[in-house]
Structure formats: C-alpha cells, structure tokens
Design a protein around this ligand. Structure first.
Ligand code: PLP
Length: 401
C-alpha cells in the first residue's frame, strides 16, 4: 500500500546516500577501530573523518564531539555527567516542564539521588520566560538544560539569551537540539552553549546513533563505564556504521540547509495543511507559536474527539501521524507538553501532530485534506460531547468556534 508519511519528528527515512556510505562498514571495513593492524586503523581514521563532519555541522572542534547511542544517551550523559562531576559546587538543576522524557526522567532520577530540580513553566506557546529563568537561579545551581525546539509543538526556545545568563552566573548550559538538527543551522559558538545533543535518525541518518557536543574545559563524568573509548567520555566499541552514517547525514543536512528554498518548501506544505484544516474543520486549535516554531511541525487539537481514534482512522487511509497521548497502563495520559501550555485534559486528548520532511509533496497534503474532514465528522457524530455542543448550537446558547 502507498502511504503518506507525516511523522518525521518521530523519525526520518534513512537517505539512500547514507545507506551507501554505511554499507562498507558491514562488509570489508568491519574491523574494530581499537585494533592495531592497518585495516582497523583505516576504520579509525574514517570515524575521525565523521567526527570532523559532525564538528562542522555544529561549528566546533572535533575533540569536542562525543559519539553516543542516540539522543537519549546524549541527554543522559550531559545531565548526569555534569551533575555528578560538579556536585561539590552545588546540587541544583534548572530545566523546563516541556522537555522530552530523555531530559525530564533523567532529572527525576537525579532528584532521587539527592539533587534538586526546578521545572520552569512555559506560556501558552510553550515558551520559557527569561525572567523566570533568572529567578530560578540559586547559589547552588550547577546546570540548566532547556531544549532548542520542542518535539510535540515545535516551539523554538531563546537558547542564546538563556545560555548567556547561565554563563554570567557560572552555570553549565545544555540544550537538547534533537528536533532542531536538520531544520535549523546549528552553531554552538553563536548559541554560547556548553553542551548540545543531537540524534542521527531525526535528520535522515540511522537510529541508535547520536552525539553530544561538550565544550572544551567542561568538567563531565562518563555515564557508561568500560574501556577508554571517546577519550574516556563514553566506553564501548564504536557503532562504526552508525557514526559514518551520521557523518554523511550531517553533510547532506548542511547542503540542504544552505539553500533556504528547501526548508521554505517544507514550511509551505506545513502552512498549507494548517490553513486547509482551519478552513474546513470547525473547533480546531493550533498548538505552538505562530512564528517561533520549527518549520516542519503542525500540532493541532480537534475538539470533542480523541487523537488516538483519529490516528487509527488516518492509518486506515495510509496516513502516518502522531498524537500527544502516551498509553500508560491502559489509561491514556494527555501529553505533559499540552498540559503545560494550559490545555485542559479533554482538549489535549484531541491532539494530533503532522511533521513534514524533505520527501513530502503537495500530494501528501491533498490526501490528508481529502480524508481528514470526513474522519472528524464521523468521530464527532459518535461523541457525546459533540452532540451536547450541537444541541446548544441549535438552542442558541453555544456556537462553533
Ligand atoms: N530529545 C528530543 C527532543 C526528541 O524528540 C527525542 C526523540 O524523539 C529524543 C531526545 C531522544 O532521541 P533518541 O530517539 O535518539 O533516543
């Protein structure tokens, strides 16, 4: 079956050029890069080439790149690594209430290990307030971790300003740039951050491969102990093919971003879908800021129905999207991000996220527009809340907004 893939924030298809670059490392270039013989040393050199590419992608020196097993591990290394290495200076960490669970649950773990964490609130667009950040800083604050772009609603946080404040207060600053990579040009020098996480599978690279930028001079402990790989910052035989693939993906991503028409095309598709949905379906709200939002994400709440049911109906039509709910022990918990921006549980349950990528076309938007209004109508006709609302409309005490 032909399908329309609109879940690029969850993962992206691996670029065929990336697959080609990785292939030799499953075949003739299989040697362990730690070995002394020539073929192994060649593999080691190829890893260092890939490190150079990632350094270029982030605008830093290659010695500041630590390869990890993905974005979650990079976040863990940044947060636990800084916390444990600097606890003699203090045990307080600042983060936001809309971080990915890779950050939130790492912070929760640190709370159980005796650290204290401030979870900053956000406004209705998911934006962290700079003055809240200033107020949260304490004498014992050692680290702040604020995401660059939110994975559910796309909010782009004011990282440069926040990192500057952290620097003035002698606090390490980490940003989870997993969703920003591939959509926004990354420049750690310009941002002024000490640590930044990326994950290859969000920019057409392989899964299970990521990197952490660690500014030179940063005091950090490893979280995975073993051999002396990655200059003692991350033990374990390197995921060679993954690293090579991520290097290639970074190179392709830089090429893609160097021509602004590429990202503009994606934005136009996203904006078109947003407009068509808003024009055709009543009682829909768009989540995330109108301007400071990554160009590929459209998160909406369709009132009076559940996101999960919509996803299933869209899937019947061959459309892949996401909802903000996570099925936990049989009960559907609404997304912590949507609750943090002030939505009620009921409205948050109706959320659906469409996320675009470089392979999407106008046809994909057309297909969603063709089927979504019908799905919504069908589901609303089964919804007691919608029926109640329509009764109100007929009796003149409510309106469709
Ligand atoms: N951080 C953000 C913002 C993400 O969106 C994700 C993945 O969805 C992660 C971290 C985790 O990355 P990975 O899937 O590589 O572990």
């Amino acid at each position: 079956m032909q399908y329309v893939y609109l879940d690029n924030a969850a993962t992206t298809p691996v670029d065929i050029e990336v697959v080609k670059a990785m292939e030799p490392y499953y075949k003739e270039k299989f040697a362990n890069p730690s070995a002394v013989y020539t073929i192994a040393q060649e593999v080691k050199r190829d890893i260092e080439d890939a490190r150079e590419k990632i350094a270029k992608f982030l605008n830093c020196s290659s010695s500041e790149i630590v390869f990890t097993g993905g974005g979650t591990e990079a976040d863990n290394l940044a947060i636990k690594g800084i916390a444990f290495a600097n606890q003699d200076k203090g045990k307080h960490i600042i983060t936001s209430s809309i971080e990915h669970h890779a950050v939130l649950n790492t912070c929760k773990y640190l709370e159980s290990a005796g650290f204290s964490v401030t979870y900053l609130p956000v406004d209705k667009y998911g934006m962290v307030d700079i003055s809240d950040f200033k107020k949260a800083i304490r004498k014992d604050t050692i680290l702040a971790s604020i995401m660059y772009a939110n994975n559910e609603i796309g909010t782009i946080e004011p990282i440069k300003e926040l990192a500057q404040i952290a620097k003035e207060n002698d606090i390490y600053f980490h940003t989870d740039a997993v969703q920003a990579a591939g959509k926004i040009k990354l420049n750690v020098k310009d941002l002024g951050v000490d640590l930044l996480s990326i994950s290859a599978h969000k920019f057409y690279g392989p899964k299970g491969t990521g990197a952490l930028y660690v500014r030179k001079g940063t005091k950090i402990y490893p979280v995975i102990h073993g051999g002396h790989h990655e200059k003692n910052r991350r033990a374990g035989t390197e995921n060679v093919a993954g690293i090579i693939g991520m290097g290639k993906a970074a190179e392709l991503s830089m090429e893609f971003l160097s021509d602004v028409s590429n990202i503009k095309r994606i934005k136009n598709l996203r904006d078109k879908l947003e407009k068509e949905i808003m024009d055709r379906i009543p009682d829909v709200i768009v989540n995330g800021p109108p301007e400071k939002r990554i160009d590929n994400v459209l998160n909406i709440c369709i009132k009076y129905i559940e996101g999960e049911s919509m996803l299933i109906h869209l899937d019947f039509e061959g459309i892949c999207a996401s909802s903000g709910s996570a099925c936990t022990s049989g009960s559907l918990e609404p997304s912590h991000v949507l609750l943090a921006i002030g939505l009620s549980h009921e409205v948050a349950h109706g959320s659906i996220r469409f996320s675009f990528g470089k392979y999407n076309t106008e046809e994909d938007v057309k297909k969603v527009i063709e089927v979504l209004p019908g799905i919504v109508e069908k589901l609303r006709n089964m919804s007691p809340f919608w029926k109640e609302k329509m009764k109100g409309v007929r009796n003149g005490y409510s309106r469709i907004d």
